[in-house]
Write a protein of this length. Structure first.
Length: 204
C-alpha cells in the first residue's frame, strides 16, 4: 500500500492545525488510514486510526524529518529510535537553497507553530564546502522572517539530482533563502510542480 504525504489543502482528512506542521500528515492511497506525527523538539508521537503500515509511514516521515531521535505511539510505547542524526547550529544566510520558490500559504501556516529557532531542523548535504538545503525551505524563510540568524541542520541522504536543482537555482541568482521568490499557492503549484514534473518526466 502506497503512503502519501498530505498537502495543505487535505482538510477532509486532517485538521488545519495538523496540516500547519508541514510534513507530519500521511495517509494510505485508499484514504482509509491516516497518520499524524506531533513533533516536540527531537521526539515525535504518532496518532493514527490504524495499526497497519506503521513501519512504512515512519520511514516516509523520517524521509522529511530524520532529525527525530525517537517516535512513540499515543500510549507512550516506543516505535522507533534513531541514533544517527547529529544536528548542529548553522547560519541561515550561508545555506544554499535547492529550490526556487516559497509557497506563501505554507509559509503562513509554518509561522503558526514555530516558537524558537530550535523548533527548526533542516536536512542538508555539504558539497565543495557549501551547505545545501535538501528540504525545509519554507521553515528557513519563516526563521529568516522571525529574525533568527541560525537554525539546526543535519546531514541526510540525498539523490544526485539535487545538484542539478542547485545549479538551476544558482542560474536564477538564488544563493540564499532571502533570494527565493514568494508565490501564491496556485502560482507555486504551476511553477514549481511543473519544473519538477518536467524534470522527472525527462528521466530515462
Amino acid at each position: 500500500m502506497e503512503i502519501k504525504r498530505a498537502e495543505i489543502n487535505d482538510m477532509e482528512m486532517f485538521t488545519a492545525e495538523e496540516l500547519n506542521f508541514g510534513a507530519c500528515c500521511f495517509f494510505t492511497e485508499d484514504r482509509t488510514c491516516k497518520y499524524f506525527f506531533k513533533i516536540n523538539k527531537r521526539e515525535a508521537t504518532l496518532f493514527t486510526n490504524t495499526k497497519q503500515y506503521i513501519n512504512e509511514v515512519i520511514k516516509e516521515f523520517l524521509f522529511y524529518s530524520n532529525f527525530i531521535l525517537s517516535i512513540k505511539d499515543e500510549d507512550g510505547c516506543v516505535l522507533f529510535v534513531n541514533s544517527q542524526s547529529q544536528p548542529y547550529l548553522f547560519e541561515i544566510s550561508k545555506i544554499q537553497p535547492s529550490q526556487f520558490y516559497i509557497n506563501e500559504k505554507k509559509l503562513e501556516n509554518c509561522k503558526k507553530w514555530i516558537k524558537h529557532h530550535d523548533d527548526i531542523f533542516i536536512p542538508i548535504t555539504i558539497k565543495d564546502g557549501k551547505c545545501i538545503s535538501l528540504d525545509g525551505h519554507t521553515r528557513l524563510r519563516a526563521a529568516l522572517d522571525f529574525g533568527y540568524t541560525s537554525v539546526f541542520v543535519y546531514l541526510d541522504e540525498y539523490d544526485e539530482y539535487i545538484f542539478y536543482f542547485v545549479d538551476e537555482a544558482i542560474k536564477q541568482q538564488i544563493f540564499s533563502i532571502s533570494d527565493m521568490e514568494l508565490l501564491s499557492d496556485d502560482e507555486y503549484k504551476l511553477k514549481w510542480h511543473k519544473f519538477c514534473d518536467d524534470f522527472f518526466n525527462s528521466l530515462p
